[in-house]
Design a protein around this ligand. Structure first.
Ligand SMILES: Nc1nc2c(ncn2[C@@H]2O[C@H](COP(=O)(O)OP(=O)(O)OP(=O)(O)O)[C@@H](O)[C@H]2O)c(=O)[nH]1
Length: 862
């Protein structure tokens, strides 16, 4: 603290030389060597006592200031006695002694009488006292300022937390919940008022909309339960704090807070004054982004980044940190972390779904139409839709919602409205089994085609029975028996051939045979004895989804179990919501939908993916939690996958049992070489390394080649070509691996060795010098001699050389002669002229480059 008194200051204060004060302090038994040392209040008091004792020494007064002081004065006067005739005069000295007791006005007299020393002492004492007092005041003032500052900071923090918590009210309510403590008892079934409450969520997209919550809070229209949950995120009253401190369980604390909340709301503010920093308990999974963690902690992303930085972890707001780092930083920030059990809400959901197992009853079949291109799948679906669906009030036309159901005299049949194999296989890939029966359309005028066979295979692998629709029988060239014969080759045997596959001849154009097909489907369905639980909470699969401008997220779902009703809460993939409205394929609103019936659902928080499952749950809380957890999991997965693609990570994973990638940029002198290298190198890929040629082409290595290599951290292979100056700059800057080759076998060999993980010594060519040909002389003795300037490095006579024209190798060999001014030399260095004779090569031209290289052994690294 700058306000502390140093010896120098004290000396100035009491008007004493510093040395003297040091001496006095030393006499008082306090060792100080430096005048800038700080004197504490205790030391000052000690010095004061010492001075009191020593000055005027035996004076009791010094020790007992209350005792009256006794001062003795002596005065001397001389009298002259005698002085008669012949008698000498005598001087008599009279000494007078007066003892004064300074009872009243005495102190002044005393000090006056005491002389300089007493004055000084009194002055020191007074000033010391003053200084002590000043110090005390100063300390009090500073303490007061500190306290005020702390209060202000806390207030600001509280306000920020309130705003943040308000903004994030839904997420915060969920994220601050300890997974296993979660709502099993506190929420859920124990809160009958809750399902009716969240009208707010009917608007859909309720995820973290900024202002909605705050309005609700201010206006006090929030339902008590939600408000209480929200308040659980905020501040702790002294009582709650004490409870926490005493180790009371969180859930109990929350319930008590809940009980208190309505009272607070009635006070008008809805908040209590902050009495302690909010300690949040956050659930952290395997990995989390900094932004997500900040959100869970109701902090700014920057604050978490800063805290990480202080811990020595450099991470940006979008980066993912692992569980351990996240826990450390959470604790560093004064909050607590618990491991998120990824499946807790999910298992709760499962238990929830199992609850509704009940009586099963027959359900309609779900049919998918497959077949070869142009064999009439769409026509067939359209015909059935057009003629079989009683159009609704909405304009009299049927809607394409991804599926529809038709009533036949033999029962209801649902058709999935997306013909083709992609939809079927992608659904299957996602684990969704929707289809009960496949109708295979084969055009009678065409026959079994590749996609017909593919459809058979799909149906077979999904273990779904087939019904063959032999289409286009209205055509003159139609030959149904040929189709039946062709299908025999694929083990599809028609009933009239003694097999078990129903085959219906029809025309999607005229409608002939369509009823027979519907009958066949119903028959097949009976054989399959399709059953489902018709009552209770619904579950099923999303068939199609989209974002509608006016209506928000719209999903067509196929109910597979139970009854889906308007007003139900549901989890749908990573989305959730409350069913605001249900529409059938005619565009009419329906109050509910049972098993195998497709309906459009409005009211979800977002657009789910086709193939996502949906489950109706009792309350919105569970729906939201499951959806959020799934979303978090999906995001983590995405992050892990994205991170895994980066080259650094791949390299870092070396030896981790995963396939590594070896990215290469290949440039060669001719297209033939490029192709040959491409093929040879990609063929080297094995289980451990995948050779990935990210760029290839003919010609010298350019700056953009080098840049691509830098981006992909690729090795550049120059086959009989060289890098130009700007490319070399990029190579140097990024420390890229640039290798030149002139024999295809060498390239393959080197890449092969790296790919098979045989690391060891490799022979690498290193260019030691380059000379530029300025002129060419013909000599009868040596043939063509190139008058050169060494532009880089050194050219040595006994090293191999290559001749380059336009950065492309045109000759490789050795030097015949290396001369300077007619003298043979062994080497020529940069910026020196020389004459070079190339052995067995006479076609050298001005502008060519002669590069001198050597082969060196290099420890191979990846
Ligand atoms: N004559 C006749 N033509 C038909 C019949 N069914 C479909 N077509 C015609 O065949 C062509 C292809 O029919 P689509 O229904 O588009 O066939 P698709 O299998 O859905 O074709 P992709 O969607 O391309 O796979 C159209 O021109 C139809 O008019 C039929 O029963 N008789």
């Amino acid at each position: 603290m700058s306000q502390q008194t140093t010896i120098r200051k004290l000396a100035a204060l009491v008007n004493t030389p510093v040395e003297k004060l040091l001496e006095q302090l030393s006499e008082a038994g306090m060792k100080f060597s430096d005048p800038d040392q700080v004197v504490t209040s205790t030391e000052k008091v000690k010095l004061l006592g010492f001075l009191r004792r020593t000055h005027g020494r035996a004076e009791k007064g010094a020790e007992d200031p209350v005792a009256p002081q006794k001062i003795t004065l002596q005065r001397k006067s001389t009298l002259t006695v005698g002085g008669g005739r012949n008698k000498p005069t005598v001087d008599v000295v009279v000494r007078k002694k007066v003892t004064l007791k300074p009872t009243d006005a005495a102190p002044g007299a005393a000090s006056a009488a005491g002389g300089g020393v007493d004055d000084e002492r009194a002055e020191i004492l007074r000033k010391l006292e003053e200084s002590r007092q000043r110090n005390l005041d100063e300390q009090q003032r500073l303490a007061e300022a500190d306290r005020r500052r702390a209060e202000e900071a806390e207030e600001a923090k509280r306000l920020a937390a309130e705003q943040e918590a308000e903004r994030l009210r839904q997420e915060a309510a969920a994220s601050a919940v300890v997974p296993d403590e979660a709502p099993r008892k506190a929420h859920g079934h124990g809160h009958p008022g809750k399902p009716a409450a969240p009208a707010r969520d009917d608007r859909g997209g309720g995820k973290g909309k900024p202002n909605r919550g705050s309005h609700a809070m201010v206006a006090g229209v929030e339902d008590d339960d939600s408000a209480a949950r929200f308040a659980g995120q905020l501040h702790l009253s002294p009582a709650d704090r004490a409870r926490r401190g005493a180790g009371a369980s969180r859930s109990r604390g929350r319930q008590q807070q809940r009980g208190r909340q309505p009272d607070q709301a009635r006070t008008g503010t809805g908040f209590t004054r902050p009495t302690a920093p909010v300690v949040r308990e956050v659930a952290i999974g395997e990995a989390i982004t900094v932004a997500d963690l900040a959100q869970k902690l109701a902090l700014k992303g920057g604050d978490v980044v800063k805290a990480l930085f202080k811990m020595g972890v450099m991470a940006t707001i979008t980066q993912t940190i692992d569980h351990d780092t996240a826990v450390l930083v959470t604790e560093e920030l004064g909050h607590t972390a618990v491991r998120a059990d990824a499946d807790d809400a999910e298992s709760e959901l499962l238990a929830h779904v199992e609850d509704v197992q009940g009586e099963t009853s027959p359900r309609p079949p779900v049919v998918t139409i497959m077949g070869h291109v142009d064999h009439g799948k769409t026509s067939l679906l359209d015909y059935i839709r057009r003629t079989r669906i009683a159009t609704g009030e909405a304009g009299g036309i049927t809607q394409h919602i991804g599926a529809y159901h038709v009533d036949t005299p033999k029962g209801v049949i649902s058709f999935l409205d997306t013909p083709g194999h992609a939809a079927f296989t992608s659904m299957r890939a996602r684990g969704a089994k929707l289809t009960d029966i496949v109708v295979l359309v084969v055009a009678a005028d065409d026959g079994v085609m590749p996609q017909t066979v593919e459809a058979i295979q799909h149906a077979r692998s999904a273990k779904v029975p087939l019904i063959v629709a032999i289409n286009k029988i209205d055509k003159s060239e139609a030959d149904p028996s040929r189709i039946k014969n062709e299908l025999l080759a694929h083990d599809i045997v028609a009933e009239d051939f003694g097999g078990d596959t129903q085959m219906v001849e029809l025309s999607a154009k005229t409608g002939d045979g369509i009823d027979d097909l519907l009958d066949a489907i119903s028959l097949q369905a009976e054989v399959l004895e399709l059953k489902a639980v018709a009552e209770g909470r619904a579950s099923g699969t999303v068939i199609e989804s989209s974002l509608d401008k006016g209506r928000g997220p719209v999903a067509t779902v196929l109910v597979q179990q139970g009854q889906l009703n308007k007003g139900d809460f549901l989890v749908c993939g990573v989305e959730y919501g409350r069913v605001r409205a249900l529409f059938d394929e005619t565009g009419s609103q329906v109050p509910s939908a049972g098993p195998s019936i497709p309906v459009q659902v409005l009211g979800l928080s977002g657009v789910p993916d086709a193939g996502d499952d949906f489950v109706v749950v009792d309350d919105e809380r569970l729906a939201r939690e499951v959806a959020q957890q799934r979303e978090a999991k999906r995001r983590e997965l995405r992050l892990v996958q994205a991170a895994g693609n980066r080259m650094e990570d791949i390299m870092a994973q070396m030896g981790g049992g995963q396939q590594l990638e070896l990215p290469l940029v290949i440039k060669a002198d001719v297209q033939g070489s490029v192709e040959a290298l491409r093929q040879a190198l990609t063929a080297l890929s094995n289980d451990e390394i995948r050779v990935n040629i990210i760029r290839s082409g003919v010609g010298g290595i350019t700056e953009s080649d080098a840049n691509s290599a830098a981006t992909a951290k690729a090795t550049i292979i120059g086959f009989n070509v060289r890098a130009d100056a700007s490319a070399r700059k990029v190579v140097d800057t990024h420390g890229l691996d640039l290798r030149y080759f002139s024999i295809i076998y060498d390239v393959i060999d080197q890449v092969k060795q790296v790919a098979s993980g045989i690391l060891g010594v490799e022979i690498r060519e290193e260019i030691i010098g380059t000379a530029e040909v300025r002129d060419v002389f013909r000599s009868s003795k040596f043939g063509a001699v190139a008058g050169c300037m060494v532009i880089e490095g050194v050219v040595r006579r006994n090293k191999p050389i290559r001749v380059l024209r336009d950065d492309t190798v045109i000759f490789e060999g050795e030097l015949e002669s290396l001369r300077r001014f007619k003298e043979n030399v062994d080497e020529v260095r940069t910026n020196t002229e020389c004459g070079i004779g190339v052995k067995a090569y006479n076609d050298i031209k001005p502008g060519d480059k002669i590069e001198c290289f050597e082969r060196v052994e290099v420890q191979r690294t990846l």
